[in-house]
Design a protein around this ligand. Structure first.
Ligand code: GLN
Length: 200
């Protein structure tokens, strides 16, 4: 079977760690900074970082519409932390000085930014994830929570009752950083959502 072609949005944030982990599970990995780099990919990871910064750069490079079209053509997308914020239809808690928060507006979830507190409140824990036979180690860094999910969105994990991993079709959003602990099961799960592209 051919290795799937997966992109990692590489504008800002923790993209190198995702690349490394994707390579260990047999993906061909491309850094995406420009719309044409989405060609031929079956999946795209939006990493953690700073969602306002990443969003503004996405607007500047013409990536908002390009990623929406990529998804409309069948491309799978996994947003982690800031990336989950960028996927959400509704975003709460953007500081006023950050201005307008750009979003891809693709997944029917409502997120609350920085809901687990400030940088000093970052933490490591283990999560029970639906379909996994043992707990998953997760790092939360100024993480959002998924406050609400729309119809057709499956909740895959919670932390202290709050939704931290959800999936809708071939879209997945997680509050935490799954790329920092070396456990590749979530990346494998994402690969299973990636189909071959419907157009070359
Ligand atoms: N707090 C950041 C934001 O709102 C997300 C932090 C992260 O991605 N680790 O964009």
């Amino acid at each position: 079977m051919l290795a799937p072609n997966i992109g990692v949005l590489a504008l800002q944030g923790a993209f190198r760690e995702h690349k490394r982990l994707l390579s260990t599970v047999g993906a061909n990995v491309t850094e995406v900074r420009l719309p044409q780099q989405l060609q031929g990919l079956s999946g795209l990871i939006l990493p953690g970082g700073e969602s306002t910064t990443i969003g503004n750069l996405m607007v500047e490079y013409g990536l908002v519409e390009a990623i929406q079209e990529f998804h409309a053509a069948g491309g799978a997308i996994f947003g982690t932390c800031a990336g989950a914020i960028l996927l959400a239809r509704t975003i709460h808690g953007t500081p006023p000085q950050s201005g307008v928060q750009p979003s891809l507006n693709l997944m029917d979830i409502t997120v609350q930014r920085n809901a687990f507190g400030r940088q000093v409140d970052s933490f490591r824990t283990t999560l029970e994830i639906s379909g996994f036979d043992s707990p998953f180690p997760a790092v939360f860094i100024r993480a959002p929570i998924i406050e609400a999910v729309g119809e057709g969105v499956d909740v895959l994990a919670r932390h202290q009752g709050q939704i931290v991993l959800a999936r809708s079709g071939n879209l997945m959003a997680g509050s935490f950083h799954p790329e920092l602990t070396g456990d590749a099961r979530i990346h494998q799960l994402f690969l299973s959502l990636c189909r071959e592209p419907q157009r070359a």
